[in-house]
Design a binder for this molecule. Structure first.
Ligand SMILES: Cc1cc2nc3c(=O)[nH]c(=O)nc-3n(C[C@H](O)[C@H](O)[C@H](O)COP(=O)(O)OP(=O)(O)OC[C@H]3O[C@@H](n4cnc5c(N)ncnc54)[C@H](O)[C@@H]3O)c2cc1C
Length: 338
């Protein structure tokens, strides 16, 4: 739906992407797994990020990604490089026309089943150390000799495990596998992460809305002290506050994605949106659990699954602190329009 037309998609933009994901999460809640595959996920499926792959890579990889028989993963984070990507240790060393890559990746979502990986590696150590580029992105089949999923990481709330640690040993890549320009992989990384921020903002608001709607219904039928608990302001005011916060986050999401559709980087606005949305979405789910009393902790209601999922996205795709850091840096540079 939102893959650019030149890659074979319908060419809808970020606003459509935001609205569609928010609606899916709101209507389906956390217990519907098929819903997660109704739209192409930015990191596992085809997305705008792939505008930067070469014609040869398009020919080889796009058909399988577009007909949903192939999936991808995004290999940026490393054991010693999370928030600070300049600490990457994975190296791509020149080998003829191409490169040989060695290193490790961690937390790579979908890696255990992915067919391709967008892999980030240092191609110019001097520039990387001086934070002036020097990191390149490559698209590699996960069946390439030298690419090995070392272990699946057992992670809170991710039953079945789809985050993995990867070992890359002397993996050969050719020039057609470059994503974007040599040494400019960091821009590709930021671009991918910003797609993830739109997705996760929508996910948080969608889950939050689903949870609040569930709590409102429950409060009308659950009785205590002779009345439905909906009659107690101690129950409904926190839900009203959560709804207010979700409304604000929803409007922020619409605004940030519209700015992206207008070709604006929206760095500050998207950072604010993801930071705020995941916080208030998580809080809304927590309030909905409180409304349900002990029922809130049962697996069949599903609130705990949403709560787990949103706790995790307070870290994934940029931690709350890193997003605050980005916003404050933008403000200090004079980007003070709100
Ligand atoms: C579920 C999940 C899926 C993920 N999927 C992927 C994936 O597919 N591909 C991928 O490449 N990565 C993935 N990640 C990794 C994710 O991008 C990193 O976890 C994230 O960037 C934070 O890095 P870190 O965990 O190493 O934390 P660290 O960078 O070690 O940070 C630790 C703490 O220090 C804080 N901190 C760090 N620097 C500052 C600062 N300057 N000011 C204030 N506070 C600071 C952080 O906010 C955090 O609270 C995933 C993570 C999760 C949880």
């Amino acid at each position: 739906m939102c893959v650019p037309r030149e890659l074979g998609g319908a060419g809808l933009g970020q606003l459509a992407y935001y609205v569609a994901w928010e609606a899916l999460f709101r209507h389906c809640g956390p217990n519907n797994w098929l819903m997660l595959y109704a739209l192409a996920h930015w990191a596992f499926g085809p997305s705008r990020l792939l505008e930067q792959i070469t014609a040869e890579a398009r020919n080889r990889f796009m058909p399988g990604l577009m007909d949903d028989t192939r999936s991808m993963c995004f290999g940026l984070s490393e054991p010693n490089a999370g928030s600070d990507a300049s600490m990457l240790r994975t190296r791509a060393v020149r080998d003829g026309d191409g490169w040989r890559i060695s290193g490790r990746k961690i937390w790579t979502t979908n890696a255990p089943v992915a067919d391709y990986c967008i892999l980030f590696a240092i191609t110019d150590a001097g520039k990387a150390a001086a934070r002036q580029g020097g990191i390149s992105a490559f698209i590699v089949p996960t069946t390439s000799p030298g690419f090995r999923v070392q272990r699946i990481i057992r992670l809170f709330g991710h039953i079945g495990g789809d985050e993995a640690e990867i070992e890359i040993d002397n993996l050969h890549v050719e020039p057609w596998q470059l994503v974007g320009k040599e040494g400019e992989g960091f821009q590709a990384a930021l671009y991918g992460v910003s797609l993830g921020r739109v997705y996760n903002s929508a996910r948080a608001v969608g889950y939050g809305r689903w949870a609040i709607e569930l709590a409102l219904e429950y409060s009308k039928v659950r009785e205590a002290f002779g009345h439905a608990i909906a009659e107690y302001q101690g129950v409904t005011f926190p839900l009203a506050q959560a709804a207010t916060e979700l409304h604000a986050a929803h409007l922020m999401g619409l605004n940030a994605s519209m700015l992206l559709d207008q070709g604006k980087p929206a760095i500050k606005e998207l950072s604010m949106t993801k930071r705020y949305s995941v916080e208030v979405g998580y809080r809304a789910v927590d309030r909905a659990m409180q409304t349900h009393g002990a029922m809130g902790f049962t697996n069949e209601v599903g609130l705990t699954a949403a709560w787990h999922a949103l706790r995790v996205v307070n870290v994934a795709d940029g931690t709350n602190e890193i997003l605050d850091r980005t916003v404050s840096q933008r403000l200090l540079k004079g980007d003070i329009d709100l």
